[in-house]
Design a protein around this ligand. Structure first.
Ligand code: NAD
Length: 489
């Protein structure tokens, strides 16, 4: 619904200052401007985009696309296509990634001027609860005082490090270092089997590194349903060039020392057994923490909790009601699309419109090969909370489209509430799962029942049919798959 003209007029002259121009801040700026607010968007980077565009989602997905191409060209041997050993021009790859980023950040800068959003390059700091002082991007030299009626904190997060390790900075990377693509090490240790660790491991493995992953918990992607992780783990462990050198679970790094052109790492497994191994590079991907320090929040009434997140209510308002917080600074999950959603809510609330963060499902996608995606309630969470659900699965071994792609290693599962037959969760592992999951988000948000999904015609032959066929399994009517138990459990 378009905002009534009168409402927009009543916002004229009301000033909204936004700290951070990532996927939380820039949509908030654009929506705020469309609702008649006078918006200033503040960020140290040359153009809007934040970590997501400059050194996160976009460069990583650009390189994951390359990884996909390399892996597919390797698999093509089995189909009778001999591509030969690829010659990788790392400078050109880096250049392309930079061009993709520049195109998108440049586009956002142009949209700022078209929408009359003032972009101020620098670091913002609250001087009091109605003033932000912006200094130059390095934090030196006073530049400008900006008074505001409303403010939104959208300053994102930064990589956590492993504390207390004395190792050569050039040899121990965080995700930003890894995405710079300075070189392709012969051997790479990835510490952390979460989103970032596995995506970057996939990129470097495809480019030719021998990759080892250590994860301190008992599973890759802890928290994700184990049956969704299994196809990924099977592929990553597979022999024949597809797999990583090793995936070490329940293992920690206990020491790192500089060693010739790399790092000597001490690894300790769950039994306490230690081993020393040499790697050319170590990538640390053990989580991220919110960027709330240095913002002058102590000069406002904004409350930061023990985990470092800013406390917000359903309108994304902080304890200082005219100051909002969105995205990674406002709590888990730290995902760009959740930040954008919250940015919209905050901008609308600041403009005096009714708004609430009440999403029934925040989708999550890990862009590995196969991709792992889920939305809404997971099976693990349903069991933990004692919710009466029926879980049904459709293995991609029964999908015609998956067979044509040579990728039967997928799984689609639905979590259906028994009493109402409503879809509460969808999980997909398989090629393209990240694109397929959106249907589940819509189903959950709109209270769709399993029968609706079953009776919705899906195009053939596509992987989207697996979502419909999982609903068929719920009613014991799948054409292509007969579960041994006759249904789910
Ligand atoms: P993560 O929380 O996903 O994974 C970190 C992993 O490191 C966990 O599995 C944890 O058990 C493990 N770990 C922690 N300390 C360890 C140690 N000392 N030794 C071994 N393992 C250890 O965090 P991440 O991968 O760094 O990603 C950070 C955030 O960025 C995530 O919350 C995610 O939301 C976001 N992200 C999303 C995407 C995406 O949407 N595709 C991609 C990248 C990052």
């Amino acid at each position: 619904m378009a905002a009534p003209k009168k409402e927009n007029e009543s916002n004229q002259g009301r000033r909204l200052a936004i700290l951070g121009a990532g996927p939380g801040g820039y949509p908030a700026a654009f929506i705020g401007a469309s609702l008649g607010l006078d918006v200033t968007l503040i960020d140290p980077r040359p153009e809007p985009g934040g970590v997501c565009l400059y050194e996160g989602c976009i460069p990583s997905k650009t390189l994951l696309h390359v990884a996909r191409f390399l892996e597919e060209s390797r698999s093509a041997e089995a189909w009778g296509i001999h591509v030969g050993k690829p010659r990788i021009d790392i400078d050109k790859l880096r250049e392309r990634s930079g061009k993709v980023v520049a195109k998108l950040t440049g586009g956002l800068a142009a949209l700022c001027s078209q929408r009359h959003v003032r972009y101020v390059r620098g670091r913002g700091r609250f001087a009091d609860n109605h003033t932000v002082v912006v200094t130059d991007p390095d934090g030196e030299g006073k530049q400008e005082r900006i008074e505001f009626d409303h403010a939104i904190v959208a300053t994102g997060s930064r990589a956590s490090s492993l504390p207390g390790f004395d190792a050569d900075r050039a040899a121990v990377w965080d995700s930003t270092d890894a995405l710079r693509l300075d070189d392709v090490p012969q051997t790479l240790l990835v510490v952390g089997g979460g989103y970032i660790g596995l995506e970057l491991a996939t990129i470097y493995h495809a480019l030719g590194s021998r990759v080892t992953v250590v994860e301190m918990t008992e599973s890759l992607l802890p928290g994700v349903d184990p049956d969704l992780v299994e196809p990924l783990r099977n592929r990553l462990q597979a022999d024949g060039g597809v797999g990583f050198d090793a995936i070490l679970l329940r293992t920690r790094v206990t020491a790192m020392e500089p060693y010739q052109h790399g790092v000597l790492v001490t690894l300790q497994d769950a039994d306490g057994t230690t081993a020393r191994r040499k790697f050319n590079r170590v990538l640390v991907a053990v989580g991220r923490r919110p960027c709330t320090d240095g913002l002058g929040l102590e000069n406002t009434g904004v409350i930061v909790n023990e985990s470092g997140f800013i406390e917000v209510d359903h309108e994304q308002r902080t304890a200082e009601r005219h100051i909002f917080a969105v995205g990674d600074v406002a709590g888990e999950p730290m995902l760009a699309h959740k930040a954008s959603y919250e940015g919209r809510v905050a901008a609308e609330a600041a403009a005096g419109r009714p708004a609430a963060s009440d999403a029934a499902a925040v989708p999550a996608v890990v862009f590995t090969d196969p991709e792992v995606a889920w939305a809404g309630l997971t099976e693990t969470e349903a069991r933990r909370r004692g919710i009466d659900v029926h879980v049904v699965r459709f293995p991609w071994a029964a999908s015609g489209r998956a067979a044509t792609l040579g990728r039967n290693d997928g799984l689609t599962k639905l979590i259906v509430e028994n009493r109402t037959e409503r879809i509460l969760g969808l999980g997909i592992t398989g090629t393209g799962a990240g694109e397929l999951i959106a249907e589940g988000v819509l189903a959950i948000e709109t209270g769709t029942r399993a029968r609706d999904l079953m009776l919705t015609i899906h195009p053939h032959p596509t992987l989207s049919e697996t979502v419909m066929e999982t609903a068929d399994v719920f009613f014991g009517q799948s054409a292509h798959f007969m579960p041994r138990s006759g249904g789910g459990e």
